[in-house]
Design a protein around this ligand. Structure first.
Ligand SMILES: Nc1ncnc2c1ncn2[C@@H]1O[C@H](COP(=O)(O)OP(=O)(O)O)[C@@H](O)[C@H]1O
Ligand SMILES: [Mg+2]
Length: 343
């Protein structure tokens, strides 16, 4: 028996389709999604409808992040990855079918890979192992939710970069440095750095995260924790980059989050997903231009082409962009893990 209808705000593909007719690419038939080889098409079952948000009956109202709904269960949290897509710090409409499942399962893959390097917040990833109070919601939660230890979150984002892109490239263009790292002259967009750098950022509750230098991190958390954050971040980034390289992907940069549980530093949140990382096709990389990536650049490019100012309400994504985004998340999952996500 399915419980999804009562507890989640679903966005069936057809409603997205109906409201976006005017944005349709003439090459995309409007009765079936366009898919690339190997990416399963959407069925019309409720399990494949995109989930914008959840409101699980019998539980306190969740806190909603840009992508996840977080239910406070006391010492533990239930984190539900929804299908919301954010870009430029705005949640876009409509949601991307299966995105939450793919992100959640990719994060769990990386937690497992990193088990020997750092403890993580996971308590259960299989919804049938969740507490009995959640049993009415097993179908909705399976594959897209985790039960985790509630952590005291370190209020900084731990970013590592092996290539010069995004905000670090912008800063370098203006100052010749990135987050306090003096870099050699003559680097281009997407240039490979001689060694990976740690470039922390504030974790803004609202608005944009801001890059900071290492000393500012030390002021915030103390020298000892700052050094641990730096060394763990770089160790995870190195291990992640090595695994990605085996799949002919370059891991250009990423962001980790950490927290404390009973005094122990643990890795939390999401890990090496296309939302938190730039993955590039190794064969497509050459300094000067940013390679086509599995991150949100595809959507950002569409938004930019629409002339959106990043402030006002974002334009509604047309069906072909929704499908194109879903396919990129799917491809990223497959390339990185070597297996298919369970959808
Ligand atoms: N174990 C944990 N304990 C406390 N907070 C956590 C834990 N894991 C993740 N979080 C928080 O849950 C939120 C995840 O939701 P998300 O939609 O990614 O939010 P955001 O908009 O802040 O990126 C983040 O704010 C993250 O810091
Ligand atoms: Mg997040």
């Amino acid at each position: 028996m399915r419980h999804t209808d009562a507890s989640a705000k679903l966005c069936p593909r057809r409603s997205a389709l109906a409201s976006n007719q005017s944005h349709f690419s003439p090459t995309v038939p409007n009765h079936e999604p366009q898919t690339t080889a190997g990416v399963p098409a959407l069925s019309n079952s409720s399990s494949s409808a995109a989930i914008l948000e959840t409101n699980l009956e019998g539980l306190p109202a969740p806190k909603r992040g840009k992508v996840r709904d977080i239910y406070d269960l006391g010492d533990t949290l239930l984190i539900v990855a929804c299908d919301r897509l954010s870009a430029y710090d705005h949640v876009l409409s409509p949601p991307i079918p299966d995105k939450g499942r793919m992100l959640n399962q990719l994060t769990n893959f990386w937690f497992e890979q990193f088990e020997d390097l750092v403890p993580n917040h996971l308590l259960a990833t299989d919804a049938t192992d969740f507490p009995a109070t959640l049993s009415a919601h097993t179908n909705l939660l399976q594959g897209r939710a985790v039960l985790v230890k509630k952590a005291e979150v370190v209020p900084f984002e731990c970013v590592a970069r092996a290539f010069l892109a995004g905000s670090a490239f912008k800063e370098y263009q203006q100052t010749g440095a990135a987050c306090g790292h003096d870099l050699p002259a003559g680097l281009q967009r997407a240039s490979k750095l001689s060694k990976a750098i740690f470039t922390p950022a504030t974790k803004a509750e609202t608005g944009h995260d801001e890059n900071i230098d290492y000393d500012t991190l030390v002021e915030g958390v103390g020298a000892e924790l700052a050094e641990r954050l730096r060394s763990i971040t770089l160790a995870l980034f190195k291990a992640g980059g090595e695994l990605a390289a085996k799949q002919d992907l370059l891991l250009a940069d990423t962001k980790f989050e950490f927290g404390h549980v009973n005094g122990e530093l643990v890795l939390i949140d999401e890990v090496l997903t296309p939302d938190s990382s730039r993955y590039w096709e190794a064969s497509a990389w050459s300094p000067g231009t940013e390679p086509v990536s599995f991150d949100k650049q595809y959507v950002r490019n569409w938004l930019d082409a629409e002339g959106w100012d990043h402030e006002s309400t974002a334009p509604v994504l047309p069906e072909h962009v929704v499908q194109g985004t879903r396919e990129r998340y799917y491809e990223a999952f497959k390339r990185i893990t070597g297996r298919e996500p369970v959808l």
